[in-house]
Write a protein that binds this ligand. Structure first.
Ligand code: EPU
Length: 445
């Protein structure tokens, strides 16, 4: 397994281009299962999760073709990845097997599209994962309300529809609030249902709107996406379309914090700060300054980090996917910060690893109390999930000495070429391939 070696203490300065959104691209790729003809997707990032999703839809009868990149690099990242073409060639297969679902929970996104278009879906039941219990009951309940029938068979959810799905009005919220992928699953299926569907308590995340925008280009009739009430008037068919996925707001937020934690100055291209208002507001409270113009943001940190209180919430609240990264920053604040996790209350595997780097974080239920320290120290730490790994990279950038992060395959799931992007703005970070020893880092250290 690859690992990262980071020699901390470099101030980041320069330009980074933010990639297309992973969490938009995954359900959008699943939605292509419902279209007739070719769909062309632009700005889909090159990530292992995207590879898993393209493998899954290929197994489900799609022809997937990635074009070569269309322009050069900015700041170590791809300015534009080549477009991805998807065309359904064969609709007989209806099963998402365990070997893919266990590596990527977003495989559940094919459930709605398969039921709506093929009348049957067999999806391996996703188990728990490192960020906690992640049920899919709301996906199933929503699709049941549209008329699908479900049973569990040999570890699979088996769904079937007699005839066509039928629209209805339903409440889609759950105990922890709305569900992002559940909303997308039911909204996608409703696009091909008979009659009108109204989703009350829908997730408002930009990734839901991005998928709705693609479906509309395919011929769907959807209104209210981006609000808690989405109205979908079912149509008979959807046809392939061209779409560019939105910038990755979580990657963008991670680089904002990278600038803040290294007391650096970064120019981020291809980002939409309006989708990160809760993040930029908290970062301003911490002492970070922003200037923005036409999809580019200049971010600059002042030396002193002020402690804050933060609670993760559904959009437009502070995203759970940036909780670990903010915590890394708050480890160096001048005082005590309090972070509460409301979406995934067990998403704290990074706490122990940050403490191994000299942080002082105490967990009490869904809350972490962070006593800021003067300096973090390099250590060997283990990546446990995607965003926890990003937090460890951020901590490593500012820690004294060398940090080694093991199991970086977690980070490869969701951050495109992160080490190249960071190295291009001054970080001393190196990927050590499995079985190899670090060469350049020993020179640095
Ligand atoms: N929930 C249920 N029942 C369900 C579905 C969800 O109780 O059927 C609960 C969850 O346990 C959680 C809450 O509802 O407490 C919200 O979960 P949600 O369904 O919104 O999460 P998701 O759609 O499975 C997506 C992202 C996650 C991100 C969450 C929350 C993708 C592929 N995944 O997951 O991203 O944390 O929304 O914003 O879009 C990541 O990128 O690292 C990541 C984990």
């Amino acid at each position: 397994m690859d690992n990262f070696l980071i020699h901390g203490g470099q101030r980041l300065q320069g330009v980074i281009e933010v990639s297309g959104s992973k969490n938009s691209s995954l359900p959008i790729l699943a939605a292509t299962l419902m279209a007739e003809g070719k769909t062309t997707l632009n700005a889909v990032p090159r990530l292992s999760d995207i590879d898993s999703m393209t493998k899954l839809i290929s197994e489900l009868g799609c022809h997937v073709h990635r074009h070569e990149p269309v322009s050069g690099d900015i700041g170590g990242g791809p300015a534009l990845n080549g477009p991805l073409d998807v065309e359904v060639m064969d609709e007989r297969e209806c099963q998402a097997h365990y070997d893919i679902v266990r590596t990527m929970r977003a495989s559940i996104c094919v459930l709605g599209p398969l039921l709506a278009k093929r009348g049957k879906a067999i999806v391996s039941i996703p188990g728990g994962c490192s960020i906690g219990d992640r049920p899919v009951n709301l996906h199933v309940r929503g699709l049941e309300k549209l008329g699908a029938h479900f049973r569990t068979e040999n570890g699979n959810i088996v769904g079937e529809v007699r005839g066509r799905l039928r629209g209805c009005r339903m409440y889609l919220g759950g105990a922890q609030g709305p569900t992002v992928l559940g909303t997308i699953n039911v909204m996608s299926a409703a696009a091909l249902a008979e009659g009108e569907t109204v989703l009350v308590g829908a997730a408002c995340e930009p990734e839901v709107s991005d998928c709705a925008d693609l479906l509309i280009k395919m011929g769907a009739r959807i209104k209210g996406h981006g609000t808690p009430e989405i109205r979908i008037e079912g149509v008979d068919r959807l046809v392939g379309a061209e779409h560019r996925v939105i910038p990755d707001r979580i990657e963008c937020g991670t680089f904002l914090i990278a600038a803040a934690i290294t007391n650096g100055e970064l120019q981020l291209k291809n980002c939409n700060l309006d989708q990160l208002i809760a993040v930029t507001d908290h970062l301003e409270d911490v002492g970070v300054r922003f200037e923005r113009q036409n999809g580019t943001v200049w971010v600059k940190s002042c030396r002193r980090i002020t402690p804050v209180e933060m609670t993760t919430q559904p959009y437009p609240g502070f995203p759970t996917d940036l909780q670990a990264q903010l915590m890394a920053l708050l480890c160096l604040a001048d005082g005590i910060s309090v972070v509460t996790e409301r979406i995934f209350p067990d998403r704290f595997l990074h706490v122990g690893e940050l403490n191994r780097m000299g942080a002082r974080v105490r967990k009490e239920g869904p809350t972490a109390i962070i006593q800021g320290v003067e300096q973090l120290q390099g250590a060997t730490v283990m990546a446990s999930d995607l965003r926890a790994s990003a937090a460890l990279v951020l901590a490593g950038l500012v820690a004294k000495g060398v940090t080694r992060i093991d199991r970086v395959y977690h980070i490869d799931r969701g951050y495109e070429k992160i080490e190249q992007k960071l190295a291009a703005v001054g970080a001393h970070i190196e990927r050590v391939k499995e079985g190899r020893t670090a060469l350049s880092m020993s020179a640095v250290a």
